[in-house]
Design a protein around this ligand. Structure first.
Ligand code: DX5
Ligand code: ZN
Length: 220
């Protein structure tokens, strides 16, 4: 089993002090940061572009996990690698050329992930599993932070974990959306090892305190 990591999502960070928020997460023990890119087309929200990835790179040593919620992501992969993305995850629903996109990410020197929305059959990424560094099961419909975890995702995590164990056991299984003190243990038990958390890390309570509490609950 690959190592358990909480990946704070900057979507819920205070952008007026992003560097400080990230340094606080790093000091608390975080090694990953999750960066949500939304284009207002694939999802009904617009967030950030390569400039912020570059700023994250300058402000901390966290592993930059970039989640592209954009249509035809292959158009932007080179820009995000150039900006410092270390993992790039594209959505299976966002391009007819998923295989090409995954291989482009790897050719450019980054690690490659594929994400699935809650309503998308797992079968859609089965042929690609041996080629992936990360598979992401969305546990909310993407677009916004602070949404409620969808419990039906647990069965999908279990199934995907068993497929990965057969063909690519070192591939990360990431979950994203509604991960908090109440839900984190169930996703770990189901087989996830990268746990994205936005509001549960950055909302009131203090970043370090929230991060440590989530880590403890994940390892319970
Ligand atoms: C949702 C994003 C998530 C989001 C998670 O579309 O992909 O990464 O930041 O936020 P929480 O943890 O608040 O559900
Ligand atoms: Zn995300």
């Amino acid at each position: 089993m690959t190592r358990l990591q909480i990946a704070p999502s900057i979507l819920s960070a205070d952008f007026s002090r992003l560097g400080l928020d990230l340094q606080e997460a790093e000091t608390a023990g975080s090694t990953w940061v999750h960066i949500d890119v939304m284009d207002g087309q694939f999802v009904p929200n617009i967030t950030i572009g390569p400039l912020i990835v570059e700023a994250v790179k300058r402000s901390c040593n966290l592993y930059r996990d970039v989640h592209l919620m954009v249509d035809r992501p292959e158009r932007y992969i080179a820009d995000f690698v150039q900006a410092g993305a270390q993992n790039i995850t594209v959505h299976a629903e966002a391009t007819p050329h998923l295989h090409r996109a995954v291989h482009l990410i790897r050719e450019l020197g980054a690690q490659a992930g594929v994400a699935l929305n809650p309503g998308t059959p797992l079968e859609m990424i089965r042929p690609l599993l041996p080629d992936l560094d990360l598979a992401l099961i969305m546990t909310v419909n993407p677009g916004f932070g602070g949404q409620k975890f969808i419990p039906a995702a647990l069965e999908r995590i279990r199934t995907l974990r068993s497929w990965l164990d057969e063909v690519n056991p070192t591939c990360h299984l990431e979950v994203d959306g509604g991960v908090n003190l109440q839900t984190v243990e169930s996703v770990v038990r189901a087989g996830a090892n990268i746990l994205v958390a936005g509001s549960a890390v950055f909302n009131p309570g203090g970043i370090a305190r929230n991060f440590k509490a989530l880590t403890e609950a994940a390892c319970a």
